[in-house]
Design a protein around this ligand. Structure first.
Ligand SMILES: *Cc1c(COP(=O)(O)O)cnc(C)c1O
Length: 344
């Protein structure tokens, strides 16, 4: 490589990293919402929700997309003018389209045809293109092929989510949670409940609580149809399934980013229970949450019930992964839900 092109590349690299850092500097932290539930509050058990729906791109994937871009840039994997490609069930693609536009890079999302129209519209709003496949399991090969054809870079969130995120702190989601909990009556949560799509969030929180020697336990709330539950129990990494019906969580294969040793408990939740918990929590909060948040709320109520039965006091925390406004024509539509439940 000639001297000119190598210095031109580093100019762009510095500019690209600078743009992401400036965007971060302009951003505010997400809120932590306390939700008293009377029968539990009286027993000394408190519920909290970290509201990840308020990021500029509407979900917890905003953090992941920022980390994946920085990781790819600092590894020298992403260069000026290159197309960025991602396999996604939608949310990551929305957030990555935002960062690709920030850097002036073309973006292609590879998604199941069933992805909600709202998410497709958002990806296109940020200038991204969508490439559809018939089944969730086809996104990986299709992404690799598109990267070859375009000379682009396949981000591969399902492999890199766990390692692209700073796990010891540096303003990651766990750091923010523990700082915001500081003045609560039970500042160190007994349980943090998260769904697993990539598994990146559960890995980040699991490592953080170990490093900081917090007694907090991590529970993954897994939807029916996902392989994570059986993998967590058996360690069999070759499992496959047809995938979950709760958007954003549960996978048809064991993803490299899901680190089972960092998960203390796993609760499988039926689609019916996820959707009714989504509605219940939306009423309690006065605004709509997405279906994967319902899955976590259901698992949270189970854990809280166990705590209450044992006379244990403490706090439980989950994430509002995204807003229900994204799912008005799907999980908040009764006819659509009836059809989903009939098939599951
Ligand atoms: C990705 C995602 C999750 C799970 O987060 P991971 O860190 O990928 O495991 C939960 N809910 C929604 C809506 C998501 O998009």
């Amino acid at each position: 490589m000639s001297k000119t092109s190598s210095s031109a590349r580093s100019d762009w690299l510095a500019l690209a990293i600078g743009r992401i850092e400036a965007d971060f500097q302009r951003s505010a932290d997400t809120h932590l919402i306390a939700l008293p539930i009377s029968e539990f509050a009286a027993a000394g058990i408190d519920f909290y929700f970290k509201d990840e729906s308020t990021h500029p791109t509407g979900s917890l994937k905003h953090r992941l997309a920022r980390s994946l871009f920085l990781y790819a840039l600092c590894n020298g994997w992403l260069r000026e003018g290159q197309t960025v490609i991602e396999a996604s069930s939608g949310s990551t693609a929305v957030s990555e389209a935002y960062f690709a536009r920030l850097l002036g890079l073309p973006f292609i999302a590879v998604m199941p045809r069933s992805t909600s129209a709202e998410k497709i519209a958002q990806i296109e709003f940020y200038g991204g293109r969508c490439h559809f496949v018939d089944r969730a399991a086809e996104v990986y090969d299709a992404s690799r092929q598109l990267a070859r054809e375009t000379g682009g870079h396949y981000m591969d969130q399902f492999t890199y989510a766990e390692r692209a995120t700073d796990w010891r702190g540096n303003n990651n989601i766990a750091d923010s949670i523990f700082t915001q909990m500081a003045h609560e009556r039970h500042p160190v949560p007994r349980w943090i409940v998260v769904g697993a799509g990539t598994g990146g969030t559960s890995a980040t929180i699991g490592r953080y609580v170990r490093y900081h020697r917090h007694p907090t336990h991590v529970c993954v709330s897994d939807p029916a149809g996902s392989v994570f539950a059986e993998f967590w129990q058996t360690g069999n990494a070759t499992l496959t399934s047809s995938g979950s019906r709760i958007e954003g969580i549960g996978r048809p294969r064991v993803e490299a980013s899901f680190i089972r040793e960092l998960v203390d408990e796993l609760i499988t939740v039926s689609d019916r229970d996820s959707i009714s918990a989504m509605r219940d929590l939306s009423v309690r909060l006065g605004r709509k949450v997405g279906p994967s948040t319902g899955t976590s709320f259901y698992a949270m109520l189970q854990l809280a019930g166990d705590m209450k039965a044992r006379g244990e006091r403490g706090s439980l925390l989950a994430l509002i992964c995204d807003s229900g406004e994204r799912y008005l024509h799907t999980y908040f539509d009764e006819a659509w839900v009836n059809q989903l439940l009939a098939g599951s």
